[in-house]
Design a protein around this ligand. Structure first.
Ligand SMILES: Cc1ncc(COP(=O)(O)O)c(C=O)c1O
Length: 382
């Protein structure tokens, strides 16, 4: 009898995003499921990578290539010593899980949650505590497009075992951007209960109204920020992410992180280091927002035109729609449009029915075609 896998392997299966992308390919469906752009990354990033190959090819120090730590520090208004470069935001989050919590600890997070949060918490033996966002009808005037943060419920979920608050703004999947007042209330709560805060800000440059407040600016002593070059520079496969730690706390996290991937791809770190100041100076993020804003409006108008309730996002490249409960697998096979069922972002039972997350980081052509296919499918079904 061969040895058995550790029970921790049971906490995770193929993610819904991978499954829907696989099914989309299999059925020739348009993929508005997984959040990756259908266009290539910007030319200035690709050129920087070509220049780096053959020049920056060996291990970098585990906290990151010094040039990238410096570029990130400059961009984010922190010191290079606070920055740790990781293999995507996913590794940033798992390194923080390894460093900040474990057996017996509780991690308080909002539901719906980004999919990695739950398995990463369970894999280190900690307990996720889920606090539901309230979903109000779209005509309720809620600034979050119907999604509301329930601060009282958040505080009520905290116990003496709570160690960390894990937040995401701009928020995947809801598209909410927390206001400065909400963030101040969260910080006050974290201070009252002496919690670390992990602020996942991978969509920090993807907002459609006022710029989001970086949470670390309100509580530098306890906030760990997570970021992603994949999201900012439209290169999700490059796997370059980062952590900004509170001052003085990087060595412990970098020490843990060196035993997972040791360092991220050196030439790609060099390319991102060159691209970050260029992106800022040349208005790349403003263009990105404009271009995503147009595609958001195209998708939202098309869906509203079918009589569906659309929860307008304030940030990210996702929007939530309420529509008749049809399995996402039926949609991918019969309508040939891949989207993510809202239930994928819930662990509580029963999850809300009839909510779907659409990604609009795809071409306008893809979005138009997906709308036509969906409209035809819904019309035929009646
Ligand atoms: C909220 C959130 N955090 C983290 C990640 C992971 O980012 P990365 O691709 O850099 O690992 C994603 C990716 O979709 C995300 O939406």
């Amino acid at each position: 009898m061969p040895a058995e896998f550790h029970p921790r392997t049971k906490v995770t299966t193929e993610s819904i995003f991978s499954r829907m992308s696989r099914l989309a390919l299999q059925h020739g469906a348009i993929n508005l499921g997984q959040g990756f752009p259908s266009n290539p990354p910007p030319g200035f990033l690709l050129e920087a990578a070509r220049r780096a190959l053959g020049r920056v090819d060996q291990y970098t120090p585990p906290p990151g290539l010094p040039a990238l730590r410096e570029a990130l520090a400059e961009d984010l208004g922190v010191t290079p010593e606070q920055v740790i470069v990781t293999a995507g935001a996913t590794e940033a989050l798992s390194s923080l899980a390894d460093s900040l919590y474990g057996e017996g600890d509780e991690v308080v997070m909002l539901e719906p949650y980004f999919d990695a949060y739950l398995p990463q918490t369970l894999m280190v033996g900690a307990k996720p505590v889920l606090v539901p966002m309230r979903l109000q009808p779209t005509d309720s005037g809620s600034p979050g497009g119907g999604w509301e943060l329930d601060l009282e419920a958040l505080e009520a979920a905290i116990t003496p075992r709570s160690k960390v608050l894990l937040l995401n703004s701009p928020y995947n999947p809801t598209g909410s951007v927390f206001s400065r007042e909400e963030l101040e209330a969260i910080v006050a709560l974290a201070r009252r209960h002496d919690l670390w805060v992990i602020s996942d800000e991978v969509y920090d440059e993807l907002y459609f109204g006022a710029p989001p407040t970086p949470l670390r600016t309100l509580a530098p002593e306890r906030v760990f920020t997570v970021g992603s070059a994949g999201k900012r520079l439209e290169a999700t496969g490059w796997r370059i992410g980062w952590i900004v730690t509170p001052p003085g706390l990087a060595p412990e996290v970098a020490g843990m992180r060196q035993w997972s991937s040791f360092c991220s791809a050196a030439p790609l770190q060099a390319a991102v280091a060159e691209a970050l100041p260029l992106a800022r100076a040349e208005g790349f993020y403003a263009e990105l927002r404009e271009s995503y804003g147009r595609r958001k409006d195209l998708l939202a108008q098309g869906l509203r035109g079918m009589g569906l309730e659309v929860f307008e996002p304030q940030g990210t490249y996702f929007l939530t729609v309420r529509m008749p409960e049809i399995g996402a697998e039926v949609l991918v096979q019969e309508a040939r449009v891949a989207i993510i069922p809202g239930s994928a972002f819930y662990a509580s039972s029963p999850p809300p029915q009839g909510l779907y997350r659409f990604a609009f980081c795809k071409t306008a052509d893809d979005i138009e075609q997906a709308l036509e296919r969906l409209e035809r499918f819904l019309r035929v079904r009646g």
